[in-house]
Design a protein around this ligand. Structure first.
Ligand code: SF4
Ligand code: SF4
Length: 158
């Protein structure tokens, strides 16, 4: 058989193969679409921002540092400063004060969200579970002051 004939035969073989594999892959894709069309509950894709009001982030999501409060609305912070020391980029300042009994308590918990990398090291370092990573998102703002936060509403415990 001449080389020309072999080449033509190879070409036809490849062409026929593509004629079959093309529609096959199309049908595979369509079958996935149809499966989700008839079982909408199985859809995992989040339709953001349409679902903004109902969107719940995963537990492991690290939004920003927030203070944990007990049932009386009191924060659990003792102003020990462990989180401040654990933070690699000085995004936390724990300003301690003294209560009327002369005990050291938390005055202000300053959080610089602009420099925070959401690493979570501060949360891990806190021995009292007084802070955690929040689930919030969409904090974009034009004003740098919006990223300077005081996390506690009240003084901490002694
Ligand atoms: S999450 Fe990380 S960067 Fe942000 S305040 Fe905590 S330790 Fe610092
Ligand atoms: S948040 Fe935790 S680690 Fe940080 S000062 Fe308060 S008690 Fe200490």
């Amino acid at each position: 058989m001449s080389t020309e004939k072999i080449k033509t035969k190879e070409y036809i073989k490849r062409y026929l193969k593509r004629c079959v594999s093309g529609p096959y892959s199309l049908l595979c894709g369509l079958s996935v679409t149809l499966r989700y069309f008839f079982n909408p509950k199985r859809i995992v894709t989040e339709q953001y921002p349409e679902n903004k009001k109902t969107l719940k982030m995963h537990n492991r999501f690290r939004g920003h540092v927030v203070m944990v409060e007990d049932e009386n609305g009191e924060n659990l912070c003792t102003a020990c400063g462990m989180c401040e020391r654990a933070c690699p980029n000085a995004s936390i300042n724990v300003l301690a004060t003294k209560n009327i009994a002369g005990k050291k308590v938390l005055g202000k918990y300053l959080y610089h969200f602009g420099s925070c990398t959401q690493c979570g090291l501060c949360v891990e370092a806190c021995p009292f579970g007084a802070i955690e990573m929040g689930q919030g998102f969409e904090f974009a703002d034009f004003s740098p002051e919006a990223f300077e936060k005081v996390l506690n509403k009240k003084e901490g415990r002694g």
